[in-house]
Design a protein around this ligand. Structure first.
Ligand SMILES: C[S@@+](CC[C@H](N)C(=O)[O-])C[C@H]1O[C@@H](n2cnc3c(N)ncnc32)[C@H](O)[C@@H]1O
Length: 267
């Protein structure tokens, strides 16, 4: 990795008036993120990524876990023998990567201005709708451009995204209030079909070690149509694009709430 925080490109983007929303999201929840995600089948997700790799004959050694969060995906990939690093915008989330088994080397970095060496990776993976957090299409294009630059020629990019259906149909409406669990929460989503942005007001009540504590976060995700993603990926120089209904080899359909994209840096 060239540097822990990317600077030059981001600074010039700011000068051009580009701003990245979302800073601060995940900072409060970071401490309890792994507890919150304790039932998420990360191993099965990584198995699916490996199944996609086998299907597309992808061979990888050096891997980037883009928007790695607390490092669950990256650490699982490292356990399977890949040389993995992670980057994420939230310093609070990144701190947890060092505590994983195996630990995930990770840095605080904005996916929209990646400060990694050119041509240094075989595979970039970004899971759990992380890229929906990039609200500005110009930011997502900058992210795709950066990923294409960091990949070796012929390297691959695999990511998932929540679909419009997921964001518009209240997927984020969750509450376990009254459950008596250490962490109780209530999430209230509202979707704006004009901006395609889903705002989720989250309240958490922690009663475990060091508690009790109440905190709030507001998360924003944007829905991108497959056609939009296709155009952006092609513009970034990717080829061999395939989209899948999540966790299958079937095409996305009107009921897909999550899709996976597989793209080759075929420069
Ligand atoms: C839902 S979490 C998923 C984390 C991890 N991929 C996982 O599977 O557990 C989304 C992550 O995306 C990160 N994120 C959002 N916008 C980002 C950006 N512009 N650059 C880097 N990371 C970002 C957040 O900080 C958060 O850790």
């Amino acid at each position: 990795m060239r540097q822990a925080r990317s600077k030059g490109k981001c600074e010039s983007q700011r000068e051009e008036g580009y701003t990245r929303p979302g800073a601060g999201e995940f900072d409060a929840v970071a401490e309890h993120y792994d507890y919150l995600m304790r039932t998420v089948p990360y191993q099965r997700w990584v198995e699916y990524v490996e199944a996609l790799m086998a299907r597309h004959n992808i061979k990888a050694d050096r891997v980037l876990d883009l928007c790695c969060g607390t490092g669950r995906v990256g650490s699982e990939l490292a356990r399977r023998g890949y040389r993995v690093v992670g980057v994420d915008l939230s310093e609070q989330m990144v701190r947890h990567c060092a505590l994983r088994d195996p630990p995930l080397p990770a840095a605080v970095m904005d996916a929209c201005c990646l400060g990694l060496k050119d041509d240094c990776l075989d595979l970039v993976v970004s899971l759990y709708d992380s890229l929906n957090y990039i609200l500005d299409p110009a930011g997502l294009q900058a992210c795709f451009d950066g990923v294409a630059r960091c990949l070796k020629p012929g390297g691959w990019f695999i990511f998932d995204m929540n679909t419009t259906l997921a964001l518009a149909s209240g997927l984020f409406a969750h509450s376990n209030r009254g459950s008596g669990e250490d962490l109780e929460y209530e999430w209230r989503p509202s979707y704006n079909p004009v901006t395609k942005i889903c705002k989720v007001d989250m309240v958490f009540f922690w009663r475990g070690a060091g508690g009790p504590k109440k905190y709030t976060e507001v998360h924003y995700q944007r829905a991108y149509k497959i056609g939009e993603l296709r155009r952006m990926l092609l513009r970034a120089g990717f080829g061999h694009l395939r989209f899948y209904h999540a966790y299958s080899f079937g095409k996305p359909n009107p009921w897909s709430d999550r899709i996976f994209a597989v793209a080759s840096a075929s420069r």
